[in-house]
Design a protein around this ligand. Sequence first.
Ligand code: NDP
Length: 306
Amino acid sequence: MESTKCLIIGSGPAGYTAAIYASRAALAPILLEGLQPGGQLTTTTVIENFPGYPQGVDANQLMADMRAQAVALGADVRPGFVSAVDLSKRPFAVTVDGEETIMAETLIIATGATAKYLGLPSEEKFRGFGVSACATCDGFFYRGKDVAVVGGGDTACEEATYLANLCRKVYMIVRRNVLRASKAMQERVARTENIEILWECQTREVLGDASGVTGVRLVRKSGEVFEKPIDGFFLAIGHQPQSELFKPWVATDEQGYILTEGKSSRTSVEGVFAAGDVQDPHYRQAVAAAGSGCRAALDAERFLLQ
Ligand code: NDP
């Protein structure tokens, strides 16, 4: 059976950064890439807010570079999906692809989160071509245009006000006649002149052509169907942390985000650390995830030295 001082699960910015730091600390880490090598960023196109790239950087290239850097420093980066874990005692047993088991002295969970989508075929068709689940990532491309944000929570309000600074008009598509968001966020939306809330509306279809999204077909609670011409369709109906496998062992909040102690990456299980979006319901940015991956590797190194 294979053993390692440090096993990293997940291949987004958090996982690769943890691998870079753990390699330099001579922990000879193994990183399991999971089902979506490169993580959530690989679903977007150009990244303009990752420091160090004045012209922006292709998201897939950025992730390929992070991977290459981890490998160059000695990380053992492999394909592999974790199908089971036993965190009851150290070393931790991690089953990969239902077959092989790796025994890990420390574990860094960097499995990320996935944005929720409505599940419409048209939404899937235009994903990356006008359909996005991250206004901070993609809003810039819609300067001076009309866009829609689906959802009525804090994220939707935050994304709508962010987009309102860039776009001509922002529609919020809200399925009920109230917002779920906090009072402060609701007031911020109400104060923003170019946001219009379409109450009690559901999306029937995202409309588009070869150039990308051109509009959205909506249905009101009353049954009335109507269309709005838009260039961007943003989902803000929540995220799902990928923590299912670890929930029986590590403490999570009610939404499933892994709880970490203070500013550290320590979880409720000694020797298990969490980094990136799986423990971060608030920032969800590549650079923030990379920073927390760094912290997790440093925490793992210090733990092993104890
Ligand atoms: P929430 O779960 O709070 O809100 C999701 C929103 O999407 C709700 O309005 C919900 O409608 C709507 N929605 C869900 N599914 C669908 C669907 N299938 N079709 C249409 N609408 C749908 O998620 P958030 O991401 O907004 O927030 C997550 C957590 O993070 C919250 O605790 C929030 O307070 C926090 N947060 C805090 C921020 C801050 O403080 N600045 C910023 C961002 C998030 P309905 O209400 O009808 O269920």
